[in-house]
Design a protein around this ligand. Structure first.
Ligand code: DX5
Ligand code: ZN
Length: 229
């Protein structure tokens, strides 16, 4: 099943609760929650307090993307704040296997995030601890960047590895893409193997003036493209 996860990084933070509710009411599946620390990435965003504040507004999964270093200390805080999925960048953790276990021990699904230049080898010895693999199709830190085309080949390679793991174990790992996903490229991205699509500026940048159902048409357009695949 295809999952669309709007990134609230591009939402209007002055009315964040309404932005979360609107996007889910308009047909989004997950909320993608970008955490930046002005250290691992050159930007600063939101933390567990904001996750806790939006948690009661929706039953949709909250997909927390940690762009922070160090990783481990904040994991239990996000779990308590209602995160369902927690992903992190392997370069930002001293002990990747331990961090994946920590996320699961705290009751969340766990995933690794691969920057454009990060090799997929990082997943090789921890596949059994992964619920999700997230490929960055931009360099992390900002919304509204352009999709890096070489990510398509990387997606195909990740899809092959994940499918082989599923054949060996019967266990399915989601393959998520994050950065520059738009109506005009989502079909190609899906054909390359992604099943979960983060879209920030494409969703929140559309329909700002189309109250009350601001995001219905862009989400329908994204889904219509996915149905063609
Ligand atoms: C970038 C973030 C993304 C970002 C995507 O570091 O991880 O989730 O919000 O934004 P768009 O869809 O605008 O590229
Ligand atoms: Zn993200």
């Amino acid at each position: 099943m295809h999952v669309i996860a709007p990134s609230i990084l591009s939402a209007n933070f002055a009315r964040l609760g309404a932005e979360v509710i609107d996007v889910i009411d308009s047909g989004a599946d997950w909320i993608h929650f970008d955490v930046m620390d002005n250290h691992y990435v050159p930007n600063l965003t939101i933390g567990p307090l904001v996750c806790e504040a939006i948690r009661p507004l929706t039953s949709a999964p909250i997909d927390v993307h940690l762009m922070i270093r160090p990783v481990d200390r904040i994991v239990p805080d996000f779990a308590r704040a209602g995160a369902n999925i927690i992903t992190f960048h392997p370069e930002a953790s001293e002990h990747v296997d331990r961090t994946l276990s920590l996320i699961r021990e705290n009751g969340c699904q766990a995933g690794l995030v691969f920057n454009p230049a990060t090799p997929l080898d990082w997943m090789e010895h921890v596949l059994d601890k992964l619920d999700l693999v997230l490929l960055m199709s931009v360099n992390p830190g900002f919304g509204g960047q352009k999709f890096i085309p070489s990510t398509l080949a990387k997606l195909r390679a990740a899809r092959a590895r994940i499918d082989a793991h599923e054949r060996e174990t019967g266990r399915r790992i989601r393959l998520e893409i994050d950065g520059g996903v738009k109506v005009d490229n989502i079909a190609e991205i899906a054909r390359a193997g992604a099943d979960t699509f983060v879209a920030g500026s494409a969703v929140y940048g559309a329909g700002r003036d189309a109250d009350p159902h601001r995001y219905d048409s862009v989400l329908a357009a994204l889904r219509a493209q996915l149905e063609k695949t």
